[in-house]
Design a protein around this ligand. Structure first.
Ligand code: AKG
Length: 849
């Protein structure tokens, strides 16, 4: 998705740095003061009712779902993950000189003095038993009875943040307030970002601090530390407008490039502001920008709905970087995360306080004053941009100007979030008993908010949502006190609905290869697609055997099924039905990946393992073959037969003929896929054979990046060229010709290693730039009843593979991929050997017919 780019600077940005014509400038009385004023609608309509909306993911076409990946799992011996890798005060009461000099009345003192003197034309606007709200022509002020009868004048024009003292400074508490000292508990929380991303449609991204989609800004996550000049109190947030141009330094992101209006986070922010889109905010338990500090119960807590008040540019780490100021949409209530001891919210009539504005002498543009130290021009193309009055660069850390902090907006009923802050319940109306309604993305992709403990719960179970921790270790949150679950009965999806082609299976399938497509129509990724080396209808009749030879690595063999095979008793048609009927016994689940960029990432597909435990980057518990439901045993019989055919046909690949003792069942429904990965664990034999049932899958095999490019990327972009003995120079790899020639010369003793590396790098520099994609070599469809075998350790070492369901055609889908492997028997796994044992009484023999 490429969001529309804005051609011109947005109106919103211009409003934040108000531009005056020369005529306006000269007509202005001096000094040019913007009085704090009340808006016409202040104090009205402040009891906003938060209507819950349904957060329907199904209609969101954004492609920002990050597919869980098994990439990098199951790495073979080459285990190569790394390679993969302030201030002239503009207030009317303020002294015009800067800085305030000692001996002068402080700003606050002057304000109080004026307020107490100048009450002649003051009009009582509003009051309650504790507070009187007085308004005169100039100002909105407060006199408050603190309960003991002493009238405490508060600063005119200042809405104290509940956590500020009289001087507007943050009150530093001795230690963070405990969660029990807070007003309430989070309306939603998550123990990992994956759960949050699944559940909250306004933060559908498991990585990064902002969620934007289709040119709008929807959600923000406040991490542990937003870096310098970030601020969070009960009502406001001041933080950077994140973005991709950051690097991390000890957990704090650093701006490394200028941000511009073209950056998606930036234009999305201005779009959302202009369209009055409120955003949802999540906070990390360890956030260090909270004033005063406090602790939360959970790793990630949903804070509230916020409106975007302003965005402006500053300099951070030498780069122009956007910063934003957010305000809670509903200021009439204390947020749940406020301290119980904090004062109750003030009425809105008190809140329309403006920040101080000043016009820049250099560019004539007004900017508001953000920092207490001095007013600074925020017009990014002005010579005085981000410069203190004495011409110096502002320090990295500065206190915020109290008027900036106390600035509040009048309530605006038009400001709404696109998706409910907390998804309403029942949140997903698409869950129904109709058999065609359950095997769609909208029914598995969204997480739910637990009705008991409010945890964000991803769909981990075939039969629904169970509120259980997906994590172990120090962040472990434990299981739901109420064992909350929301279960659905997955009805059977008839084959006729899973397969959308006119025929469920043809009599015989051709092997499709786009030889005559004009080259320009073939994507660069497909240029090296291999034709099968052998197609044979006799060898394993009635299957069509299609073989792809991968020299130096192994073979990929397809057993292409047809209507005859699919209709056999206990054949693919029946097995597809039986697996669904036995689903209660299959214990199909989505499990967290051991190694994932976003902690808690779940496999996209549901999985269950049978036979020997298979140790890979997902911990899937195993059921011994003898306890496996019947269809699994029939399937094992078929996979065993196919494995035998492979060994019989290709006895020379130098591998021992290990028969399967482990079966992994994967179940995919619409929107699920298994990303590129290999099955190259050292604990496995080198044959992997699978059966496909139900909807069509698209299988691809590609050269791993390291072998495709011939080098790995070291620190600072250094190219670490592969040792020639570890570079098979696979057909289809980048720079194939010269790499092959060079390696041959090395192998033949014509050049030493140093000369080899030197020549390699010289040739590489002379060659066209190589993209970091990994070249797809083999691509085919896996239809209902097809089997497929990968034979040879080199295939797992040099290539990775993945499978997707049709992404172009939306609708219910169900595909089972059942993959058999041989787990090597060692002393260490001796106690598990019994799990993989079977004989013909347990596993019916299959003869291919
Ligand atoms: O869905 C498929 O056919 C592929 C399954 C797979 O790659 C695996 O189990 O490792």
């Amino acid at each position: 998705m490429t969001p529309n780019k804005r051609a011109a600077e947005p109106e919103d940005l211009r409003r934040s740095t108000r531009i005056k014509t020369n005529a306006q400038v000269s007509a202005q009385s001096s000094p040019d003061v913007n009085e704090p004023s009340l808006p016409a609608d202040a104090g009205l309509a402040n009891d906003r009712h938060f209507e819950e909306q349904y957060a329907m993911l199904a209609d969101d076409e954004s492609d920002e779902d990050v597919q869980p990946t098994r990439t990098g799992i199951g790495l073979g011996p080459d285990k190569d993950l790394s390679a993969q890798f302030f201030a002239e005060d503009r207030n009317p009461f303020a002294n015009a000189s800067f800085p305030n000099t000692t001996g002068q009345l402080s700003h606050e003192e002057m304000m109080i003095a004026m307020l107490l003197q100048d009450d002649d034309d003051a009009a009582l606007v509003q009051g309650d038993e504790n507070a009187l709200f007085v308004q005169d022509d100039d100002d909105a002020s407060v006199i408050q009875d603190d309960g003991d009868g002493d009238i405490q004048p508060l600063l005119s024009g200042i809405e104290f943040g509940s956590d500020m003292n009289l001087s507007g400074q943050a009150i530093p508490p001795a230690k963070p307030a405990a969660a029990s000292e807070l007003v309430g508990e989070a309306p939603g929380w998550g123990e990992d970002r994956t759960g949050i991303a699944d559940t909250y449609a306004w933060f559908k991204i498991p990585q990064g601090g902002t969620y934007t989609s289709k040119g709008f800004f929807f959600g923000l996550l406040l991490g542990k530390n937003g870096g310098p000049r970030c601020y969070v109190d009960n009502d406001t947030i001041i933080t950077r407008v994140g973005g991709g141009k950051n690097e991390y330094d000890k957990g704090v992101s650093r701006q490394t490039k200028d941000q511009t209006l073209e950056d998606s986070e930036v234009y999305s922010l201005f779009n959302s502001k202009a369209n009055k889109v409120a955003i949802g905010v999540i906070i990390d338990r360890d956030n260090q920008n909270l004033t005063p500090p406090r602790t939360f119960l959970h790793k990630f807590s949903i804070m509230a709905e916020y409106r975007i008040v302003e965005a402006w540019r500053e300099k951070l780490n030498g780069c122009k970087s956007f910063r934003m100021r957010l305000e809670r949409v509903d200021l009439t209530v204390k947020p749940w995360f406020a301290l119980k001891s904090s004062p109750d919210p003030k009425l809105l009539a008190q809140r329309n306080i403006q920040p101080n504005y000043q016009r820049c002498g250099a560019c004539g543009v007004e900017s508001f004053q953000v920092y207490a130290l001095a007013w600074i021009c925020l017009q990014h193309d002005c010579d005085k941009f981000w410069t203190l009055p004495d011409g110096s660069e502002p320090p990295v850390n500065m206190e915020f100007c109290k008027y900036f902090l106390s600035w509040r907006q009048p309530f605006d009923p038009e400001i709404q979030m696109k998706y409910s802050l907390i998804p309403s319940w029942p949140y997903n109306l698409t869950i129904s008993d109709h058999p065609l309604a359950q095997h769609v993305k909208a029914n598995w992709k969204p997480g739910i908010v637990c009705k008991v403990c409010k945890r964000a719960v991803s769909r981990c179970y075939w039969d629904g949502w169970r509120c259980k921790s997906t994590k172990t270790g120090e962040d472990y949150e434990g299981d739901c006190p109420g064992n909350f679950q929301f279960l659905v009965k997955m009805s059977e999806l008839p084959l006729r609905a899973a397969i959308t082609e006119q025929e469920l299976a043809p009599v015989r399938r051709p092997v499709l290869f786009q030889d005559y497509t004009p080259l320009r129509k073939i994507s660069i990724y497909d240029r090296h697609l291999r034709r099968p080396t052998w197609i044979n209808d006799q060898a394993c009749s009635p299957y069509r055997m299609v073989v792809y030879n991968l020299p130096g690595a192994g073979v990929v063999i397809r057993f292409v099924s047809n209507s005859e095979i699919n209709g056999q008793p206990n054949g693919p048609g029946e097995l597809y039905k039986q697996l669904q009927r036995d689903s209660d016994r299959l214990n199909l689940q989505r499990y967290p990946l051991d190694k994932a960029i976003a902690k808690g990432t779940l496999t996209s597909e549901f999985a269950a393992n049978f036979g020997m435990p298979y140790d890979f980057s997902v911990k899937v518990p195993s059921t011994p073959f003898r306890d496996a439901p019947e269809p699994l045993r029939f399937i094992l019989g078929r996979l065993k037969w196919a494995t035998e055919q492979v060994y019989a046909t290709y006895p020379n690949v130098g591998e021992l003929a290990y028969l399967p003792n482990e079966v992994l069942l994967l179940a995919y429904i619409e929107g699920m896929a298994i990303n590129y990965h290999d099955d190259g664990e050292e604990t496995l034999g080198s044959n992997i054979t699978s059966l496909s049932l139900g909807s069509k899958g698209d299988f691809s095999l590609r050269i791993k990046d390291k072998y495709f490019r011939g080098f790995t990327e070291g620190k600072g972009g250094k190219k670490l060229v592969l040792h020639p003995d570890d570079d098979p120079v696979l057909e289809g790899c980048a720079n194939y010709e010269w790499r092959k020639e060079l390696r041959d010369r090395y192998v033949n003793g014509e050049m030493g290693l140093d000369h080899y590396y030197e020549t390699w790098l010289t040739k590489y520099q002379q060659s066209p730039i190589v993209a970091t994609h990994k070249q797809v070599i083999i691509k085919f469809e896996l239809h209902h009843g097809d089997m497929m075998s990968m034979q040879g350790a080199g295939i797992q070492k040099y290539y990775d593979h993945g499978a997707t369901l049709d992404t172009k055609e939306h609708g219910p889908k169900l595909r089972f991929a059942i993959t058999a492997r041989h787990v090597l028997l060692t002393d260490e796994n001796k106690d598990d050997w019994h799990m993989g044992l079977y004989d013909s009484t347990l596993v019916p023999e299959y003869d291919g017919k």
